[in-house]
Every structure is written in structure tokens, then in C-alpha cells.
Design a protein around this ligand. Structure first.
Ligand code: ADP
Ligand code: MG
Length: 281
């Protein structure tokens, strides 16, 4: 998945749980990695008949459901678009309009915006079968908490400053949850003073230009958290706020390009100044 992962587990079965989670992560990487080859996703993209396991079918179905739920802002079939911009092989370039149009039309699977969140929830499934008190997983910037801290206080998860190495604030999270951030600073290149980042607007095939520099989603379900962080980034603050008001399964923190911070009322954000987004206007 082209990133670093860090796993901390407390409890009698900690070692064995970590090793099983490691195996699970390697299998997900093998099946769904963007490098294709003979992977499940590679074969799907070549139009081959692939016999999917029940879990793999569920993953694909859920990706489709999230695309529908977000009105297409989360689109798990943008691989050709990301490739055209060089985000998959770090050969960055601005494609011409024709190339983008063709890439949008090709509809190749890419689970990059949801697979780490899915890995988080799969980790929870592993931990549920073990003698484990609590765990804290950092799966390439996707944080997965499990259980409660020994002293009973909530988990504190830092929200990264999109334009610095520090944190802008902290969200407090009780129990098991996924805390996922999508931002314009994780993967990007600059040309003529303009930043081109890796989160695409499926409507245009260009990097989403929604006035945000990051969105953090807090949700009990890992894959939902991941897909929504990407989708809300594409939607922007206004549309994202309306989407949150229609939903009841997540909270969010929006950081605007100018540094202003907005957080939904249940996000548990502290340590910075921000506007609260309430259910009712
Ligand atoms: P990251 O993977 O860096 O943590 P995201 O979860 O936001 O961040 O996923 C971004 C990745 O998802 C991109 O690198 C690309 O592979 C893919 N992608 C880009 N735009 C979209 C989109 N609108 N919907 C779904 N996937 C996308
Ligand atoms: Mg995501």
C-alpha cells in the first residue's frame, strides 16, 4: 500500500494478533494493490472472470454502495485517471484534456481510497477473536482504535496540520473507531506554483478543487470512514456539511485551504479554534 504502518496491541494474545493482522494486511496488499499484475484487482481490470471470495465480493459491493451514497464523489474506478496524472508510478505530469476524458471513460478499479480503512475494520475482526485489551493501529495515516485505554480516558488522536509537521488539534474518541484523514498534502506535485494532489474529482478528472486542504472522518466502520474522507474532500465544506446532516454514522473535521477549521458537533475536537457545525442551521 506504499506506506508505513504501526501496530500496538496490549493483552495476552498481543503477539499472535499482531502477526495475524500482518498476514491479513499482506493478503489485502496482494489482492488489491495498485501495482496490478496477477492480483484480484489486476484481473478484474483486465476484464477476466475472477472467482471472488465472499469477503472480496463484499468489499466490491461496499465500494459500489459508497459511490452511490456519495453521489459519485467517492469513485473506486478512477485508476486510469490517477495513472494519467502519474500518481500511481510517481511519474507526475498534467495530462491533456483528451487523455483525461479517455481515462475517465476507462473505469478501472482502484481501492486506494478505501482499502486502508477496510484493513482497519478487518484488524478489529481479528482482535475480536483474541485475548486483547486494547490496540492502536496507524495504517498509513488511518488510525484504528480498539477497546478503551487502561485509565478509562478517551483516545486522543492528533489532526495533522496540512501545511506543517505539527498537529492543529486533537480528537477524543471513545472505544473502537476509525479516524481517517484525506488531504492535499499526502501525495502531490507542483508545477508553475500550482499544487496538483492525488484526490480526484470524478466529474472532471482533475485534482478536487473544493477549497479544503484536509478532511478527517471519525466513524465506527473503517471502510466507511476512509471512503467518506475522500468523498467529503471532493464535496467541499458546504456540500459535505449537508451530507453530514443527512447522515448519522460519522463525524468530521474540515480544514480549509486558508487554515480555518470546522468540526461537526460530535467530532470531539479540542486544542484549536474552530467553528462548530450543528445538526440544525
Ligand atoms: P490516502 O490513500 O492518501 O490516505 P485517500 O483515502 O483520500 O488518501 O485515497 C486517495 C487515493 O484514492 C488516491 O491515491 C487514488 O488512488 C484514489 N482516488 C483518488 N480520487 C478518488 C476519488 N474521488 N474516489 C475514490 N478514490 C479516489
Ligand atoms: Mg479515503
Amino acid at each position: 500500500m506504499d506506506t508505513y504502518m504501526d501496530i500496538q496491541i496490549w493483552g495476552e494474545d498481543g503477539e499472535i494478533a499482531a502477526s495475524q493482522i500482518g498476514d491479513m494486511l499482506r493478503q489485502l496488499e496482494k489482492d488489491w494493490s495498485a501495482t496490478q499484475g496477477n492480483s484480484v484487482i489486476g484481473r478484474l481490470n483486465r476484464g477476466e472472470d475472477v472467482e471472488l471470495t465472499a469477503q472480496q465480493q463484499e468489499l466490491l459491493q461496499k465500494a459500489k454502495a459508497m459511490a452511490e451514497r456519495t453521489g459519485g464523489a467517492f469513485d473506486p474506478q478512477l485508476r486510469s485517471v490517477s495513472l494519467a496524472w502519474g500518481f500511481l508510478n510517481k511519474a507526475y505530469e498534467i495530462p491533456d484534456a483528451k487523455t483525461i476524458e479517455k481515462a475517465l471513460w476507462e473505469k478501472q478499479w482502484d481501492m486506494g481510497a478505501a482499502i486502508k480503512g477496510y484493513a482497519g475494520q478487518q484488524s478489529v475482526s481479528v482482535l475480536d477473536t483474541m485475548r486483547v485489551d486494547r490496540a492502536l493501529l496507524n495504517l498509513g495515516g488511518n488510525v484504528q482504535t480498539y477497546g478503551s485505554k487502561a485509565d478509562g480516558t478517551p483516545w486522543s488522536i492528533g489532526i495533522q496540520n496540512p501545511r506543517g509537521a505539527d498537529y492543529v488539534g486533537v480528537v477524543s474518541v471513545e472505544g473502537t473507531a476509525s479516524i481517517v484523514t484525506s488531504g492535499d498534502y499526502q501525495r502531490y506535485f507542483e508545477q508553475d506554483g500550482i499544487r496538483y494532489h492525488h484526490i480526484m474529482d470524478p466529474k472532471t478528472g482533475y485534482p478536487a478543487d473544493s477549497g479544503l486542504s484536509s478532511v478527517t472522518v471519525i466513524c465506527r466502520d473503517g471502510m466507511t470512514a476512509d471512503a467518506l474522507s475522500t468523498a467529503l474532500f471532493v464535496m467541499g465544506l458546504e456540500e459535505g456539511t449537508a451530507f453530514w446532516r443527512e447522515s448519522s454514522d460519522f463525524e468530521a473535521v474540515f480544514i480549509l485551504s486558508d487554515g480555518q477549521i470546522y468540526a461537526t458537533e460530535g467530532a470531539g475536537l479540542s486544542g484549536c479554534e474552530f467553528e462548530v457545525i450543528r445538526r440544525e442551521n
